[in-house]
Structure formats: structure tokens, C-alpha cells
Design a protein around this ligand. Structure first.
Ligand SMILES: *[C@@H]1O[C@H](CO)[C@@H](O)[C@H](O)[C@H]1NC(C)=O
Ligand SMILES: *[C@@H]1O[C@H](CO)[C@@H](O)[C@H](O)[C@H]1NC(C)=O
Ligand SMILES: *[C@@H]1O[C@H](CO)[C@@H](O)[C@H](O)[C@H]1NC(C)=O
Ligand SMILES: *[C@@H]1O[C@H](CO)[C@@H](O)[C@H](O)[C@H]1NC(C)=O
Ligand SMILES: *[C@@H]1O[C@H](CO)[C@@H](O)[C@H](O)[C@H]1NC(C)=O
Ligand SMILES: *[C@@H]1O[C@H](CO)[C@@H](O)[C@H](O)[C@H]1NC(C)=O
Length: 428
């Protein structure tokens, strides 16, 4: 009896610690699964041609996919990457980045995918007041990403705590979220006495030997990293200009009102101030919190503005994707991303998306019984007080306008189901 009790307590404590430390609680399933249904137009398109060729547009809606990619390709400077693509998926929390990261993680044996390696860097550089100093963190993030894309783990190692011994660590954050770090070739014999919090799930492996990981990385055709920590796209310019890399930046954005609504649920304790303010007429707005919100929105907008302007160093290397479009048209968007990167969209990714968006073949015929996916994407409108919506609109207005998120002018409009707050947009 006592043993059982102790085990439960330890288990709960462990869970609490994991939740606290993990800023990205977003399990793939809790996020997009209920929302993401395939668009009817996709399902009526001819399906499952396993030739896995990006040039075949059959998975995509025609109006969504434009031949612009091939135009952009032709102006790219020559790279010595030898056909190898280097992908950075850049996002902020609660934008579905774990889900989109899976598009690359599931690609199969020729993709080396890393999930949030910058977690270690952020943790080490955190200042006492919380957060990091961008002047210090920016260059560190850039350099770690730069080296990792070249399969060099040595700089990252200097941020891992406790420091790896002989390039071996049991402390790599979310190791199990990277298939590449758990596959046969990097799986060392299981060691009974070593506790690894983020141990591999598919097979029992010993602590991660980063020398092996690096060797495996060098053998993979393409390299991808997802991160919610880079604040300014411009800080990554040296990566785009390194001839050894053929960079593809994908920026994932989401309606800031929905992000706030989602964060208030996910990181409940951090948002107590917001909640109190939303219901209390008297309470003055917390300037610090507003400044943070504005900072986030401005960073996202400034990155996107540079990306969309396509300066020479970014030409053909930047793609903007909205969470709302991923949730509504996951397959089309995934195919579009692969087309942009310039690598084949594989059947394994397609199958994974089908499985994880509840868009199985059986239901494709009975659409009416499925919940309307646009409605699901806008569900946040019913869970957030209008007062908060107004504040976000005021603080993040230019960001929202850029991405095509319509303002709710009053409370009635906010909860009026017949009005969508998402404008249809194509970003080139
Ligand atoms: C599948 O793609 C191949 C090669 O592009 C093509 O020859 C074939 O006709 C396609 N099949 C279908 C069913 O569209
Ligand atoms: C592709 O994009 C160009 C430029 O924005 C536009 O003029 C054209 O109509 C688009 N084509 C399709 C098929 O959407
Ligand atoms: C951030 O770090 C830089 C360089 O160390 C320093 O000059 C600056 O004052 C710091 N900024 C803040 C807000 O602490
Ligand atoms: C990895 O990067 C470090 C600098 O951080 C460098 O000293 C080392 O030689 C690099 N390793 C390889 C294999 O290029
Ligand atoms: C890690 O892997 C490398 C490459 O196989 C090997 O040389 C090294 O001895 C391994 N490190 C440890 C501590 O086992
Ligand atoms: C889904 O909902 C949106 C907004 O409520 C509406 O515009 C659209 O027509 C609906 N689609 C279907 C298939 O019912």
C-alpha cells in the first residue's frame, strides 16, 4: 500500500516538474487534432499518388499553390550545399509549431530533425528578472542554430546542464521528440542506472552520444530545426549567407488574440494578472505585461515584414504560414511547404497528417457530420473576454492587419458565428 502511494506521489511530482520546465506543453494531439480537418476541395482532388513528386500538384488547391516558388528558385545564389536543404521553422508558443514540426520529423530517414534545441540556451542565459537579454541571447541562438545545421553540437553542449561528459548526455531537452535522436544508429545500449527524463519511447536507448548524433546528421540529406525562441529573423542573416547552407525559413504565425486565449489556459498561473484585469473594472492595466505583449507582436511583425519584402539575402528562402490555414488545410499547406523547400512530399508525411487530423478516408464521404473546421479554428472567440480582445487589437493592431486578422469592433461581432475574423490571404 505504502509503496503504491509513494510511487503515485513521485509520479505526480515528476509530472509537475516536467510541466513547469517545459514551456511547450503543446502535445501534438491536444492542439490541432480537433480542429484540423481537411478541406472538402482537397478530398475531392485525386488522391494518393505515391510517386511523391512535389511537381505534382494534385494534393493542393490550385488557388493556394502558385508557381512563384519556381520563379524564386531561379534567382537563388549558387550554394555549395549539394542539394541539401536546411530548414528553420520559426514560431512562438501556442502557434501549433510542434504539430508543424512533425511534418519534418515524420519525413523519414533522410531528414535530421531537432526539436527546440535552443531551450538549453535560453535556460542558461535567463536573467533573474525572467526572460533573456536579447542582446546576449540573439547572437547565441544564431550561432547555436548555425552550428547545429552543420551537424556540430559542440556549442550546444556548452549550454547543456549538467555538461555532457565525453559528448554524452542524459539531459537533452525533449530528445524523444526528434526521431533522428532515437533511431537505431544513435541508440546506445540502455543503461539501467541512468535516469533520462526525455528518453526515447520507440526503443530503449542509453544516454545520447552527441558524436553519434553528429555523424548521423552528416549522413542525412536534409536538416530541420524548430524553434519558438528566435525573436528577429534578421539576426539569422549569416545563416542565409553561408554558402554551406541552403536555408529555408518558415515563419509560423497565429492570431495574437487566439494566442493569448490559448496561453491563458496553458500557462494559467502566469496569466493571473490578465484574468484579474479582464473582470475588474477598477484595476489599471499592467504596463509591464502590455509591453511584453507589444514586444512579441512587434518582433513577429518585423520578422514577417522583412521576410515578405524579400531582400536579396532572403529571396526564395522565406515562407509565411498562418496557424489558421494549417488547421483548416493541413495537407495542402504541408505540400506547399515541401514545394517551397524543394524536396519531395513523402507518403509517410501524408499518412501522418491523415492520421493526426482525423481526416481519415472513411469520413471523407460524410462531411456534414464533421464539425466545421473554420468554426473550430475560431473557437477562442467564445472563451476570451472582449476587454482583452480590445487590448490585443490596440497593442497588436499592425501585426493583425499584416496577417489578415480582422478586428472585432464590439462584443456582438466577436461572438457572431456568421462573421469570420480570418481574411483569406496568400503570402508570397
Ligand atoms: C501518379 O504520378 C505519376 C508520375 O507523375 C503519373 O505517371 C501517374 O499517372 C499518376 N497517377 C495518378 C493516378 O494520378
Ligand atoms: C499566382 O500569383 C500571381 C502573382 O501574385 C497572380 O497574378 C496569379 O494570378 C497567381 N496564379 C494563380 C493560379 O493563383
Ligand atoms: C543586455 O546585455 C548588454 C550586453 O551585456 C548590456 O549592455 C545591456 O545593458 C543589457 N540589457 C538589459 C536590459 O539588461
Ligand atoms: C564545431 O564547432 C567548434 C566551434 O564551436 C569548432 O571548434 C569545431 O572544430 C567544430 N567541429 C567540427 C567537426 O567542425
Ligand atoms: C560516442 O560515439 C563515438 C562514435 O561512435 C565513439 O567513438 C565514442 O567512444 C562514444 N562515446 C562514448 C562515451 O561511448
Ligand atoms: C464553416 O463556417 C464558416 C464560418 O462560420 C462558413 O463561412 C463556412 O461556409 C462553413 N463551411 C461549411 C462547409 O459549412
Amino acid at each position: 500500500m505504502r509503496i503504491k502511494y509513494t510511487i503515485s506521489v513521485i509520479f505526480i511530482v515528476a509530472l509537475v516538474i516536467i510541466e513547469k520546465e517545459n514551456n511547450i506543453i503543446s502535445k501534438v494531439s491536444d492542439k490541432l487534432t480537433p480542429l484540423a480537418l481537411l478541406s472538402p476541395s482537397l478530398l475531392s482532388a485525386p488522391q494518393h499518388n505515391d510517386s511523391a513528386d512535389v511537381s505534382s500538384d494534385q494534393h493542393m488547391n490550385h488557388h493556394m499553390v502558385n508557381s512563384t516558388w519556381s520563379i524564386q528558385e531561379s534567382v537563388l545564389p549558387a550554394s555549395s550545399a549539394g542539394g541539401r536543404k536546411h530548414i528553420l521553422l520559426l514560431a512562438t508558443t501556442r502557434t501549433g509549431s510542434s504539430f508543424v514540426g512533425e511534418f519534418f520529423n515524420q519525413q523519414g530517414s533522410n531528414m535530421f530533425y531537432l526539436f527546440e534545441p535552443l531551450w538549453h540556451v535560453e535556460r542558461m542565459l535567463s536573467v533573474e528578472t525572467g526572460g533573456t537579454n536579447a542582446t546576449v541571447a540573439g547572437p547565441a541562438y544564431r550561432d547555436v542554430l548555425h552550428q547545429l545545421l552543420l551537424c556540430n553540437f559542440s556549442l550546444l553542449e556548452s549550454f547543456i546542464e549538467p555538461p555532457p561528459e565525453d559528448h554524452v548526455t542524459a539531459a537533452l531537452f525533449r530528445r524523444e521528440s526528434s526521431q533522428s535522436l532515437c533511431e537505431e544508429s544513435v541508440c546506445t545500449p540502455f543503461v539501467r542506472k541512468v535516469f533520462e527524463r526525455y528518453h526515447c519511447r520507440e526503443r530503449r536507448c542509453g544516454p545520447l552520444n552527441l558524436t553519434l548524433a553528429s555523424q548521423s546528421c552528416m549522413q542525412k540529406e536534409h536538416h530541420a530545426i524548430k524553434s519558438v525562441r528566435v525573436r528577429q529573423l534578421e539576426t539569422l542573416r549569416p545563416l542565409a549567407e553561408d554558402p554551406r547552407l541552403d536555408m529555408k525559413f518558415i515563419q509560423l504565425v497565429r492570431d495574437p488574440r487566439a494566442v493569448l486565449a490559448s496561453r491563458m489556459v496553458a500557462f494559467s498561473s502566469k496569466y493571473k494578472i490578465w484574468k484579474r484585469w479582464a473582470v475588474d473594472e477598477e484595476l489599471p492595466v499592467d504596463e509591464d505585461e502590455v509591453r511584453k505583449l507589444k514586444g512579441n507582436c512587434d518582433n513577429i511583425r518585423m520578422s514577417a515584414e522583412i521576410g515578405l519584402k524579400q531582400p536579396p539575402w532572403l529571396r526564395g528562402r522565406y515562407m509565411l504560414v498562418r496557424y489558421e490555414d494549417i488547421a483548416r488545410f493541413p495537407m495542402a499547406k504541408a505540400a506547399e511547404m515541401y514545394g517551397f523547400i524543394g524536396i519531395p512530399f513523402t507518403a509517410t508525411v501524408e499518412e501522418w497528417i491523415l492520421k493526426n487530423t482525423q481526416a481519415s478516408k472513411e469520413v471523407s464521404g460524410v462531411y456534414s457530420t464533421q464539425k466545421n473546421s473554420s468554426e473550430q479554428v475560431e473557437k477562442w472567440r467564445f472563451s476570451i473576454p472582449f476587454k482583452l480582445v480590445q487590448l490585443v487589437q490596440k497593442v497588436c493592431g499592425p501585426t493583425m492587419t499584416l496577417f489578415g486578422y480582422k478586428f472585432a469592433e464590439n462584443k456582438e461581432m466577436l461572438i457572431d458565428k456568421s462573421v469570420s475574423l480570418i481574411e483569406e490571404r496568400t503570402f508570397l
